[in-house]
Design a binder for this molecule. Structure first.
Ligand code: 5CA
Length: 166
């Protein structure tokens, strides 16, 4: 089997150090977005754990929200838990804070630990998949693994769908 790329190796090392026997795999097809990852893996979009980086508006601290691929994150819900507004981080900030580029940001293995929130919907699946450092690298895990690995707070993160026109 081909060696993992350096960024994927870092994620594999982080998982191993956490005591998790989870295996990073690099796929030929792109896993850059949740939809692409689901297609490449052959799972549902909901089973993709997307790691999204936000920035607090006052203190400019990074916040990681790990959401089901089929959910949109309601920034107001996270802000209420933090006591501070947040906005989507720009690409440079994501790289500085995590050490990974958008499209491959993993839930673990960041430069420094991040304040983390986990979408409760991810815990409903028997297995989920997360990015592993590159837009071709992923690993399979359970919701319990995700909680254990990140120490994240499990909560309702999702934006409700807009009501239909009446
Ligand atoms: N590897 C896949 C699935 S595991 C993945 O990383 N998907 S993702 O959804 O977590 O990452 C893509 C996310 O990066 C998008 O949802 C979006 O929130 C963010 N993103 C994409 N382009 C930009 C950009 N130019 N600036 C800031 N954020 C971006």
């Amino acid at each position: 089997m081909a060696a993992l790329s350096p960024s994927a190796q870092r994620v594999q090392q982080a998982l191993t150090q956490l005591g998790l026997t989870l295996e990073v795999v690099e796929l030929p097809d792109s896993t850059r977005s949740a939809a692409e990852a689901a297609a490449a893996i052959g799972c549902t979009v909901g089973q993709i754990a997307k790691s999204l980086i936000f920035k607090t508006k006052g203190s400019e601290k990074p916040v990681l929200v790990i959401a089901s691929g089929s959910n949109r994150v309601d920034e107001k819900k996270i802000a209420a838990l933090l006591g501070e507004k947040i906005s989507k981080a720009e690409a440079d900030f994501v790289r500085q804070q995590t050490g990974f580029a958008i499209g491959g940001v993993p839930p673990v293995g960041h430069i420094e630990p991040l304040r983390t929130f986990i979408d409760e919907d991810l815990l409903a699946y028997a297995e989920i998949w997360a990015a592993a450092g590159t837009p071709h690298a992923v690993f399979r895990l359970t919701g319990a693994d995700l909680v254990r690995a990140t120490g994240g707070q499990v909560t309702d993160v999702k934006k409700q769908n807009d009501p239909p026109d009446s």
